[in-house]
Design a protein around this ligand. Sequence first.
Ligand SMILES: Cc1ncc(COP(=O)(O)O)c(C=O)c1O
Length: 430
Amino acid sequence: MSNAELNDLRAQVVPRSVPATAPVYVSKARNAIITDVDGREYIDFAAGIGVMNVGHCHPRVVEAVKEQAELYSHTCFGLTGYESYVRLAQKLNERAPGDSPKRTFFMNSGAEAVENAVKIARYATGRKAIIAFEDAFHGRTFMTLSLTSQVNPYKVGFGPYAAEVYRIPYAYCYRCPLSLEHPACGCACAGLLEEAFDKQVDAGEVAAVVVEPVLGEGGFIVPPPEYMGKLKEICQKHGILLVADEIQTGMGRTGAWFAMEHWGVEADIMTTAKALGAGFPISGITGRQEVMDAVHPSGVGSTFGGNPTACRAGLAVFDIIEEEGLLERATILGERIRDRFRSLQKEYPVIGDVRGLGAMAAIELVEDPETKKPAGDFAKRLRTKLYENGVINVGAGTYHNVLRVLVPLTVEGETLERGLDILSDTMGQV
Ligand SMILES: Cc1ncc(COP(=O)(O)O)c(C=O)c1O
């Protein structure tokens, strides 16, 4: 069927609530190129929202998955175990930042991982409250939607949300919640956590602070280097667990296995998903052993969690990142993309901010660099035109005014440059 025919059929069978960024249907994908059913090629600057870090159809992933599919596809790990689950848990325990002994179990989606992190934090501390951040995104199930900040389109009309969720501003330097400047500010915004214990909830009732090391959906907001350490210090002082949501930042995306490594901070619990399975649904909950083992036997679980095919894909992803030097590559790619963004910024004042960490790179678009009024309409036109010009892209930001690049870490240099050239031309056209 053609794109046009599939769009007609979709309108008859899929509800309008399901996101539809572009009227394009994929026929095949290789590394950083997606081909649609009409035979047109696109450069993939989204990687399925940060999932295909090792590129589409990496031969090692394909081989592992094929082999597994012929052996067995499901037993339910809780009923009958298998080696790939245990070995993938071991890999995550080894690679998770910090020296404490770790434990890992698996679920299917990012949201489920965060749900489980909250369950464990509550169980281990005997406390109920959770603190999350403005502009945070943790998923679309009820607990995670309660932690998610952005109202439109995620939260409108779906409430009521979970009780005992409190929210503080993130270290968003471009729009500082305290109107200060780093480094002169001394990272004062970390102190807003302490302030919440006076104004919102008693510290002794807080089980966990759930934080993205770099805000993903919120607009690729990178906190100052000392921010996470300060949060951790405050958490430790009050017996609160620090949960690092590495679902978008993890598995090499930022130039480290996990973004918390950049700041030398060990979270009590870490969540992973997205790139872990290279497109095969799997999420991980990794934490300090005494926290994870606090929960009674059979207290967590899932029919599909840690599916053998996804575990095999995950093991292949670890090997590929290691053997192909993708951590270094993520750093180089990110620098290259931000360099191009900074040159564009000189030409187009609509680019208010260029930022990112490793191969998370973004531009924040504003109507006026002084007022910083978000240019959401411009961003929408830019994104549509980029699709028309052959670049698959993804937006971000509470005001939908951020364009983020999440290109596969395996992208060929020439493909990256071509994509950046198209982006540059498209800026001019919009
Ligand atoms: C940081 C973060 N946490 C959680 C999620 C939710 O993951 P999923 O869509 O797999 O439920 C996402 C998805 O974008 C995310 O970026």
